[in-house]
Ligand binder design. Structure first.
Ligand SMILES: Cc1ncc(COP(=O)(O)O)c(C=O)c1O
Length: 478
C-alpha cells in the first residue's frame, strides 16, 4: 500500500479493517462498516479518511461507491468534508463507551454453600413446572386481545376474583375483587404504601410505624429509605407486645407466624391490636408471608377477618410457589384503594399480565391448593426430621417456631451465636443467626437470646439429610 494517505501522520490503512458484508450491496456494506468503525471508536474524531481512489482500490470497489458512502455519512453527521482538508471523522461522533466494568483481576468463581439452610426460599426443585405450564397455556389460549394492551393497575380481574375466593376459604380474609390490588410482592406493597407517588405527591401512609423487634432488615431498610421511622415492639411467647402500642400511625405484624421467632400472635392480642387501631385511627399491616404452612393444627386465620377496614392484608407467592415470580396482592380497606392505585401508576408496570392470568387459572383450577398440600407434607416431614435429629444428637438445644412455616429457631446458650455461625460457615453451611434480624434500637427484652434461624425448605430433597448431619455437627456441646 503506497498511497500518500497511508504514510501520512494520520495514517489509516489496512487497520481500518472494513468488512464489506451483509445485505444491501457494497455501498450499503461500506456505509455500515464505516459507521461501525466510528461508533466503536476505532476511527477517532478528527481522523482523516483515505481519498476515494485509495480506499476504492484497497477494497476493490468503484470510486463512486466510496464517494457515495462518504456523502451519506457526511449527511448523517458521522463525517465532515472540507475543501483542502479531505474527509474526516466528525468531532461529535463520540464512540460508545462501554459500561461493562472490567474487574482488575478475575474474581474467583463464586461457589454456593455446601449446605444451604438459609430461611427465605422454598424448595426450588419442587416448583410445579407442569401444572404452571398448563395454566400458562390455558391462560394464553383463552386471553382476549385486550390482554396484550396496557394493563389495569389494579391487576387482572380474573386473578382478583380467584384470590377473593381463595383467601376467604384458606385464610379467612373478607374482601371483594375491587379491594384487591395486585403487586409484585410484599416489598413492592411496602413501597406502594409508603413512598411518595410522583413529585409533590403524598404517600398513602406515613410513619411512625411500629414493627416487631425481630423482622427482616431489608423491610426496615426499605421503610427507612421512604423516610419512615420504625419503632420496635418487644416480643414474648404470645407474640408482639401490642399493649405497648402508642401514638404510632400503624403497626406491621406477622400474626400467623412471627418472623423469624416463629409463634402465632395470641388471640387476645389479635383482638387488642384491632381495638388499638379503632381507638387511635391506626392501621394494621398484616404480612401473611407463609400462612398456608401450618402443620399440627388448622391454619390461624388472618387478623384482617376481624376488621377489614382496619387491616391492610398483604400476601405473595414467594413462599408458596417461588420468590422469582414476583407476584403478590394487597387487600385494602376501601379508603386506601384509590391512593394505592395512584401510586401504582396509570397502567400495569410491575406484574406481568400473563403471569397474573396463569396464577388466576392455577388458583381457580385447584392447582394452587394441590401444590400447597403437597409442599405442606414435604415441609412437615422436613420439620419432623430436624426435630428428631436435634432430639437425638443435640437434646440440649431447644427448638421453637416449628408449628408452622419454612424455618425454625434453634436456641443457643448465651454468647455462643457468633461462634456457631462462624463454625457453620467454616463447614460450608449457610444459615443466619438471630441477631441479624433484631431491630437496631430494640430494648433488651426476653427474646434477645442467641439463636440460629434454620430454613429447612431450601435444600433439595436429596440434600436435606446431609445438611442436617452437618448442622448437628456444629452445635455447641452441652
Ligand atoms: C417476613 C417476610 N415477609 C414477606 C416476605 C415475602 O416477600 P416478597 O413477597 O417481597 O418476596 C418474606 C419472604 O418471602 C418474608 O420473609
Amino acid at each position: 500500500m503506497t498511497d500518500s494517505w497511508v504514510n501520512s501522520a494520520e495514517r489509516i490503512g489496512a487497520d481500518l479493517h472494513l468488512e464489506l458484508s451483509g445485505p444491501g450491496g457494497r455501498r450499503a456494506s461500506l456505509i455500515r462498516a464505516l459507521r461501525e468503525a466510528v461508533r466503536s471508536g476505532r476511527l477517532a474524531p478528527g481522523t482523516r479518511l483515505p481519498p476515494y481512489r485509495s480506499l476504492a482500490a484497497d477494497l476493490g470497489v468503484a470510486r463512486n461507491t466510496v464517494a457515495d458512502a462518504y456523502a451519506e455519512l457526511v449527511a448523517e453527521g458521522w463525517l465532515t468534508a472540507r475543501q483542502g482538508s479531505g474527509t474526516r471523522v466528525a468531532d461529535r461522533a463520540e464512540p460508545l463507551r462501554s459500561t461493562a466494568r472490567v474487574p482488575k483481576k478475575a474474581p474467583p468463581r463464586a461457589r454456593g454453600p455446601r449446605h444451604d439452610l438459609r430461611q427465605g426460599t422454598p424448595d426450588a426443585s419442587a416448583f410445579p413446572r407442569a401444572a404452571w405450564l398448563a395454566s400458562y397455556r390455558r391462560a394464553l389460549q383463552q386471553a382476549p386481545n385486550e390482554v396484550f394492551g396496557p394493563g389495569d393497575p389494579a391487576g387482572r380481574r380474573e386473578l382478583r376474583e380467584a384470590l377473593t375466593e381463595y383467601l376467604a376459604r384458606a385464610r379467612g380474609v373478607r374482601t371483594e375483587p375491587d379491594r384487591i390490588v395486585i403487586c409484585s410482592g410484599f416489598a413492592h406493597a411496602l413501597r406502594l404504601l409508603f413512598q411518595q407517588s410522583g413529585p409533590g405527591g403524598a404517600p398513602v401512609l406515613r410513619g411512625p410505624l411500629a414493627v416487631e423487634a425481630y423482622g427482616l432488615g431489608f423491610h426496615r431498610d426499605l421503610l427507612a429509605s421512604a423516610g419512615v421511622r420504625t419503632v420496635p415492639l418487644p416480643l414474648d411467647e404470645d407474640g408482639a407486645r401490642v399493649d405497648r402500642l402508642g401514638r404510632e400511625r400503624g403497626v406491621l405484624l406477622t400474626p400467623a407466624h412471627q418472623f423469624p421467632t416463629g409463634g402465632p400472635l395470641h388471640p387476645a392480642r389479635r383482638a387488642a391490636v384491632i381495638d388499638w387501631a379503632r381507638a387511635r385511627g391506626g392501621v394494621v399491616l398484616e404480612d401473611d408471608y407463609d400462612g398456608e404452612f401450618r402443620y399440627d393444627r388448622k391454619p390461624v386465620g388472618a387478623v384482617q377477618g376481624l376488621d377489614p377496614e382496619r387491616v391492610i392484608y398483604i400476601g405473595s407467592v414467594s413462599k408458596s410457589l417461588s420468590p422469582a415470580l414476583r407476584l403478590g396482592w394487597m387487600v385494602l380497606p376501601e379508603r386506601y384503594v384509590d391512593g394505592v392505585l395512584a401510586a401504582k401508576g396509570e397502567r400495569e408496570a410491575w406484574a406481568s399480565v400473563l403471569d397474573q392470568l396463569s396464577l388466576a387459572d392455577f388458583v381457580a383450577g385447584g392447582s394452587y391448593d394441590r401444590h400447597v398440600r403437597r409442599m405442606r407434607q414435604r415441609y412437615r416431614s422436613r420439620r419432623d426430621r430436624l426435630v428428631a435429629a436435634l432430639a437425638e444428637q443435640a437434646p440440649h438445644i431447644g427448638v421453637t417456631g416449628v408449628a408452622a412455616g419454612l424455618h425454625a429457631v434453634l436456641r443457643l446458650p448465651p454468647g455462643t451465636e457468633p461462634s456457631v455461625v462462624k463454625a457453620a460457615a467454616w463447614q460450608g453451611i449457610a444459615l443466619d443467626g438471630l441477631a441479624g434480624f433484631r431491630h437496631p434500637s430494640a430494648e433488651a427484652d426476653g427474646t434477645t437470646t442467641d439463636g440460629l434461624v434454620v430454613g429447612y425448605a431450601t435444600p433439595s430433597e436429596h440434600a436435606y439429610g446431609a445438611a442436617l448431619e452437618a448442622l448437628c455437627g456444629v452445635l455447641p456441646p452441652p
